[in-house]
Design a binder for this molecule. Structure first.
Ligand code: 4NP
Length: 154
């Protein structure tokens, strides 16, 4: 699955790292191809934002990706599921030609289980509380998504 945000240095690399971490803990990591990217290209080649690396690290998750931009020619073939972190990301994914049945919101699975939020807000221009909130939402989203995937595979 492919996680998509705007810059690929905050939300989607965190989602990738947390989801990978959970798949390893569940013993099912071999069943998943997990990457992230951004709809924008400003940060291509950059490591995740230090504030994102810090909050991931405090929660036992190491991030070691480099930012890349969404590549419709390859990504919509390669990934069964392309999940945007907010509605704007999802709009860009669909506008770039992703088949609707493969596209969705990352928090859609958690929302179906009762989470009130549907979007992970961009924390880039805000304070530390935005990064805390991002982490909580990403963890809830990743847990719900993995549960759903493992149920489907069972
Ligand atoms: P992300 O956050 O989409 O969660 O990686 C952002 C990072 C950088 C920018 C925007 C959002 N930017 O405009 O540089």
């Amino acid at each position: 699955m492919l996680f998509v945000c705007l810059g690929n240095i905050c939300r989607s690399p965190l989602a990738q790292g947390v989801f990978e971490h959970l798949t390893v803990a569940s013993g099912r990591s071999a069943e998943f191809v997990i990457e992230s990217c951004g709809t924008g290209g400003w940060h291509v080649g950059d490591p995740p934002d230090p504030r994102t690396v810090a909050i991931a690290g405090r929660n036992g998750v190491r991030l070691d990706t480099r930012a890349r931009q969404l590549d419709p020619a390859i990504d919509f073939e390669r990934f069964q599921l392309v999940l945007g972190m907010d509605r704007n990301n999802l709009g860009e994914i669909l506008a770039a030609g992703c088949p609707g049945e493969r596209a969705g919101l990352f928090l859609g699975y958690a929302a179906a289980k009762g989470l009130r939020d549907l979007e992970v807000p961009d924390p880039y221009y805000g304070g530390p509380e935005g990064f805390e909130r991002m982490f909580r939402l990403v963890r809830a989203g990743a847990e719900a998504l993995l549960n759903e995937m493992l149920q489907d595979a069972a």
